[in-house]
Design a protein around this ligand. Structure first.
Ligand code: ATP
Ligand code: MG
Length: 380
C-alpha cells in the first residue's frame, strides 16, 4: 500500500508565501510524483470558527480564496481530494472520543497553541474549542488513515499530539489508527518563513504576509518596505544575512536561473554575482545596499508569482465549478471518514447495531433473571 497524505489550511485569509514554501510546493511535488495512494487536502473551516466565532462570514468568504490558491498553485483535483471540514461531521465524532485521551495540562503545554493565544490576544478568555483544536487535527489526520503530513514547523507539536493520541488509542482499544509522520520542507528557510515585518512567522492572523494573489504593485510595495538588518544603516556598513527576512526569502525562492537573468552584464556576459553565497558575502562585508537586494528579491518573487496569478485569473471565471470541486471532494472524504469512525466505534465497543454478542447476552441475562424469579414464585 502506498502513502496516504493529509494536509490542510485554515480559510482565515488568502494563502501566502509561507504556505507556498512550507506546504503547498511539497503537496504539488508529492501529487505529481505519483508515489502515494491518496492525497486529501482539507480546508479547515470548522477549525477556523474556533477563533472566529464572531466573524463566520470571514471564514466562509475565504473558502473560495483558499480553493483558488490551491488550484492556481497546481493542486489537481483529479489527483488530490480537496474537501471542506464542515462537510465531514464524522470528524467531530472522532474529536469527541479522542478528547478523553488527552489531559488539559497536555493541551496547555503545546508551544504553538501558547504562541497563537498570544498572537490572538485571548489572554485568559480562550475559547474551549480553540484550546482543543490540536485534538480535532488528530481527528482530521487519522480519519483518512494518513501516514504523511507535509507541514511547516509550527505544526510539529500538532503532529506529536496526534501521535500520542494514536498510541494511547491503540493501546487501550487495539491496533486501529495509523501513526502519522510530519514531513518538513528540506530547505530550512521554508520550514517557517518569517513575516515581512521580521517576526518569526508569516501568518494570516498577524497580517505580515505577501499573498499569492497580491498584484505585482502590492508585491513590490511590500518587498520595498520589508524589514532587514536594523544595524545596516549605510551601504558600506557590514550587514547580517542570518535571520534577515530578505535573505531568508532569497534562500527560499531564488534559483540559479534568476542570477543568470538578473545579474548578467549584457556586454561582457559575466554575472555580477554567481550565486546567493556571493551576494550574502558582499552584504556581510559591507558595500551592498538594501535597495539592490530588495529589487532582486522583487524580481525573483514576481517570477515565482506571475504564473500563479495568471492561473488564478483564469479560474476566477469558473467559481461555481470550483465550489463543485469542493463538494465532490467532500463527498469522497466523508465516505472514508465514516468508515474510520465505524472502525473507531467498533474498537471502543460502541457499535450496538453490529454487536450481536452484546444483544444476545442481554437477552440471555433477562431470560435467566425471569426464569429465576418464576422458580422463586412457584416454590413459595
Ligand atoms: P492562521 O494565522 O490563521 O493560523 P496561518 O498563516 O498560520 O494562518 P495555517 O492555515 O494555520 O496558516 O497553516 C497551514 C499550513 O501552512 C501549515 O502546514 C503551516 O505549517 C504552513 N505555514 C503557515 N505559515 C507558514 C510559514 N510562515 N512558513 C512555513 N509554513 C507555514
Ligand atoms: Mg496557523
Amino acid at each position: 500500500m502506498g502513502h496516504i497524505i493529509l494536509t490542510g489550511d485554515r480559510p482565515t485569509g488568502r494563502l501566502h508565501l509561507g504556505h507556498l514554501v512550507g506546504s503547498i510546493s511539497q503537496r504539488v511535488e508529492l501529487q505529481n510524483s505519483g508515489e502515494y495512494e491518496q492525497i486529501f487536502i482539507e480546508i479547515a473551516d470548522a477549525q477556523a470558527t474556533t477563533d472566529n466565532s464572531g466573524n463566520i462570514q470571514k471564514v466562509k468568504d475565504n473558502v473560495i480564496e483558499v480553493a483558488l490558491d490551491y488550484l492556481s498553485c497546481g493542486i489537481d483535483p483529479s489527483k488530490s481530494t480537496i474537501f471542506l471540514q464542515s462537510e465531514v461531521p464524522e470528524l467531530s465524532d472522532l474529536t469527541f472520543y479522542y478528547m478523553n485521551l488527552v489531559t488539559l495540562a497536555r493541551l496547555q503545554r503545546n508551544p504553538t497553541v501558547k504562541q497563537e493565544i498570544v498572537y490572538r490576544g485571548f489572554e485568559s478568555s480562550i475559547p474551549v474549542g480553540f484550546m482543543t483544536y490540536p485534538i480535532s487535527q488528530a481527528a482530521d489526520i487519522t480519519a483518512f488513515n494518513a501516514d504523511i503530513v507535509p507541514v511547516g514547523d509550527d505544526q510539529l507539536p500538532m503532529i506529536e499530539q496526534t501521535r500520542e493520541i494514536v498510541r494511547t488509542f491503540n493501546r487501550l482499544y487495539g491496533e486501529t489508527l495509523v501513526l502519522p509522520q510530519a514531513v518538513l520542507p528540506k530547505n530550512e528557510s521554508c520550514q517557517r518563513l518569517p513575516g515581512t515585518d521580521g517576526q518569526a512567522k508569516m501568518s494570516k492572523s498577524i497580517g505580515n504576509c505577501i499573498y499569492l494573489a497580491d498584484s505585482p504593485e502590492e508585491v513590490t510595495r511590500k518587498v520595498m518596505s520589508m524589514y532587514t538588518d536594523p544595524n545596516h544603516l549605510k551601504v558600506d556598513d557590514p550587514g547580517k544575512t542570518e535571520g534577515n527576512p530578505v535573505f531568508v526569502y532569497l534562500d527560499a525562492f531564488c534559483k540559479q536561473k534568476h542570477f543568470e537573468q538578473y545579474f548578467k552584464n549584457s556586454q561582457t556576459g559575466e554575472l555580477e554575482y554567481n550565486d546567493l553565497d556571493e551576494l550574502k558575502a558582499h552584504y556581510e562585508r559591507g558595500g551592498l545596499g538594501d535597495m539592490k537586494i530588495k529589487k532582486f528579491l522583487n524580481y525573483v518573487l514576481q517570477d515565482t508569482l506571475t504564473p500563479i496569478r495568471a492561473k488564478r485569473r483564469e479560474l476566477e471565471n469558473h467559481i461555481s465549478e470550483v465550489y463543485q470541486i469542493l463538494f465532490n471532494g467532500s463527498d469522497k472524504a466523508r465516505k472514508v471518514a465514516s468508515e474510520t469512525l465505524a472502525r473507531v466505534k467498533q474498537a471502543i465497543g460502541l457499535n450496538y447495531r453490529t454487536d450481536f454478542e452484546l444483544i444476545n447476552s442481554q437477552v440471555e441475562k433477562y431470560n435467566e433473571l425471569h426464569e429465576m424469579s418464576e422458580k422463586k414464585t412457584k416454590s413459595r
